[in-house]
Write a protein that binds this ligand. Structure first.
Ligand code: SF4
Length: 294
């Protein structure tokens, strides 16, 4: 896609920021860089959204500042990209996660929200299982919840809090000790008030919301039999891909066209006739897009 989906751009900037922090880069410099990257790409080529892109960008920049500030407070190991592993004479596996110096793998899974029932899907997918069986090293999944977008704004304590309607001078709150909702309280947005990210995160920690938003789950390596079987499946998929001549001969993946959100390639796949993809102005070749892994 030529224009970015806001969450995809946010995820790319956050992952890059996490990697920079893990290399020991200065926090302020890392946040400035992440926000600069977001605002630059949000301005050109732009965001794919029906809402106010400037307000949405400011909210996502707030989340970048608070989330990176919080992560700088918890131990971040030094990370690197694992080397590519040859599986046979024609196939090699490129990792999509980070690794620390002990060899343990780390993947940052950025989600709108998370429940325990989401874990099997994350453990079984190719990106987790493939990296595990090829490396034979355990993986730490770092689940990072950033909330859903409602009315064009990300609704998450990383950028949104509440103030008491009768006593606005009291501190910003994120969770009430009684467990009740904030009915009647004033909503405050970090992008619209003068809190620093440091102050905001300290208040989040005080209300004990960060433990619900960031979780760390270890996934162990399966048995040797399972590992060998999965590697056989990978090489078999690679062979099948090699045998595909023209991609136009492949059947459409119709179950995926309207999944979590409408697939952005519907303009191509559901056109009346074959289209010149690059000529549409909506897409550009993948080789020219900068991809951040992890
Ligand atoms: S619209 Fe998307 S999911 Fe559906 S066939 Fe095209 S590329 Fe695949």
């Amino acid at each position: 896609m030529r224009r970015w989906r806001p969450r995809s751009l946010f995820d790319a900037c956050l992952r890059k920021g996490i990697f920079q922090l893990s290399k020991g880069d200065d926090l302020k410099h890392t946040i400035d860089r992440a926000q600069f990257d977001f605002m630059t790409m949000a301005s050109n080529p732009g965001l794919e959204t029906a809402y106010d892109p400037y307000r949405m960008s400011k909210d996502y920049c707030s989340i970048l500042s608070t989330s990176l500030t919080y992560l700088s407070k918890i131990i971040l190991l030094k990370l690197h990209y694992p080397a590519v592993v040859p599986l046979n004479s024609t196939t090699e596996w490129e990792f999509s996660c980070f690794a620390d110096d002990s060899g343990q793998l780390h993947r940052w899974v950025i989600v709108s929200d998370w429940s325990d029932s989401d874990l099997p899907g994350e453990m079984h997918n190719w990106r987790t299982m493939g990296d595990l069986v090829v490396s034979r090293c355990p993986m730490m999944l770092h689940i990072f919840s950033v909330g859903r977008v409602v009315g064009g704004r990300p609704t998450t304590p990383w950028c949104r809090g509440y103030r008491h309607p009768a006593m606005p001078g009291l501190r910003t709150r994120f969770k009430r000790t009684t467990g009740k909702e904030f009915d009647g309280w004033h909503t405050v947005w970090l992008s619209e008030i003068s809190h620093s990210a440091e102050e905001w995160v300290d208040l989040m920690i005080r209300d004990k919301v960060t433990d619900e938003l960031v979780r760390h789950i270890t996934v162990n390596v399966p048995s040797d039999t399972i590992c060998e079987d999965v590697i056989k499946q990978i090489t078999s998929e690679a062979m099948a891909m090699k045998e595909i001549g023209d991609w136009r001969d492949m059947p459409m993946s119709r179950n995926s066209c309207d999944g979590y959100f409408p697939c952005p390639y519907q303009n191509v796949c559901y056109a009346e006739k074959l289209v010149d993809i690059e000529g549409m102005g909506l897409y550009k070749k993948r080789s020219t897009v900068q991809v951040h892994k992890g």
